[in-house]
Design a protein around this ligand. Structure first.
Ligand SMILES: [Cu+2]
Length: 168
């Protein structure tokens, strides 16, 4: 009987998606300002950081936009995603990949939205992991309307928040 139970548990484990039990990966579903699903990201932890593969649509075409990790576990489109809080910044640094006293761990390079309003990218952030002290699980990915100037405080002129995704 015991053997059968173990076999059943193993079989169940095999059919669950990897994200449900594999601590090395996470997913994030984007919501747009209209409250509708706008895309998703798959996050995979490596030894030195997290690879973020994202595919988002409904964005302003043909432009560079800021892409950050924000600190809170909340995407409220009714209030412009303000509830996601500021950038993930465990080291209490200044904002900006090129700032003298930066960057925030959640700072990442701008991404280009194509002519169809789609953003597809693969970004590696070596300042974070999925879990633990610099962990981003339970935080948010954010895409803005403007590009990040990588220097000015506190958000690099990134403008409106257009799409938000909780990392889970
Ligand atoms: Cu941001």
């Amino acid at each position: 009987m015991r053997t059968i139970l173990i076999a059943a548990a193993l079989a169940l484990t095999a059919v669950l998606p990897a994200t449900a039990q594999d601590k090395q990966t996470a997913i994030a579903n984007f919501v747009g300002l209209d409250g509708k699903q706008a895309g998703r990201a798959v996050l995979t932890e490596g030894k030195a950081g997290v690879l973020i593969e994202l595919d988002v649509s409904g964005l302003p075409a043909n432009r560079w936009v800021a892409f950050h990790i924000h600190e809170n576990n909340h995407c409220d489109h009714m209030h412009g995603f303000e509830s996601a809080g500021g950038h993930f910044n465990p080291a209490n640094a200044e904002h900006g990949l090129l700032a003298a006293n930066g960057p925030h761990a959640g700072d990442m390079p701008n991404q280009y939205v194509d002519q169809d309003g789609k953003l597809r990218a693969q970004v590696f952030n070596s300042m974070v992991l999925l879990d633990g002290k610099n962990g981003i699980r339970g935080r948010t990915l954010m895409i803005h309307a403007e590009s990040d100037d990588y220097r000015s405080q506190p958000v690099g002129g990134a403008g409106k928040r257009l799409a938000c995704a909780i990392i889970e």
